[in-house]
Design a protein around this ligand. Sequence first.
Ligand code: CUA
Length: 301
Amino acid sequence: MLIPKASNSALSVDSTFASILIIEVILLVLVTFAMVFFVVRYSRKKREKPENIEGSMFLEIVWTIIPTLLVLVMFYIGWKSFDIIRRVPKEVMTIKVTARQWSWLFSYENGRQSDTLRVPMGKPVKMLITSADVLHSFYIPAFRIKEDCVPKMDTYMWFTAEEEGSYDIFCTEYCGLGHSGMLSKVIVMPEKEFAAWYGGAPAITGEMSGQKVLEEKGCPGCHSTDGTKKIGPTFKGLYGSKVTVLTNGVERAITADKDYIKRSVTDPGADIVKGYPNIMPKLPLTNEELEAIVEYLESLK
Ligand code: CUA
């Protein structure tokens, strides 16, 4: 299936790719044809004794100049397209992207945060990209843009989304066990709808806010809420259940109560659920956030 062209840079990236492909196909045909021609024409059956051929200045010049021109043409086409991708307009909305094992966090200028990227249609958006842990790569195929996420460094990209819809976001740099699950979506909304979402107050009921904390911290990257086994145990039915954990390498059975959940968030290596790797980062959370999470997990029976 063809990937939709949903941003301002999509067309120029595609036409760059197509024009280089066309040049390459022509070269392939010419070279193959010449090869077959020489094999037949200079076959041993026809000429037993090969002649010695002296150099040809004309040929030397031709096969130097033509490839040089071709490469320069390809450079020019690529550079024009690259220029569109790198030259950020003055009036942009900036959204911060934080990549981490194994989820995306999007932070907007007004303090809103989400794990799904929402952008207005037809407005230039600049993404300021960083990583909280290891190298990741932020890729939106439908927009034809990709940028590395580097710890302790800001990289950037920009785009104007041109088609309403929901498009895939991938991590395209191997970043550990959960790399292939490091997915999200960018939702392109009409300006009015976006403004309503952007200005809207986040829900603050107990259940919603616990869920929101989990989403902001990227927990759904490894823990499902529907019973699906991911890199970490599912949250469904966790609260109050019996769990076999390894504490300092010693197996013991405990009940997943309030204290256990809080400890698992703030000091994940203390009790490792049997059968799962000890790879979760420590999450610095406020007491309120912890309470909200416990309350939310309790509701997920
Ligand atoms: Cu993040 Cu691969």
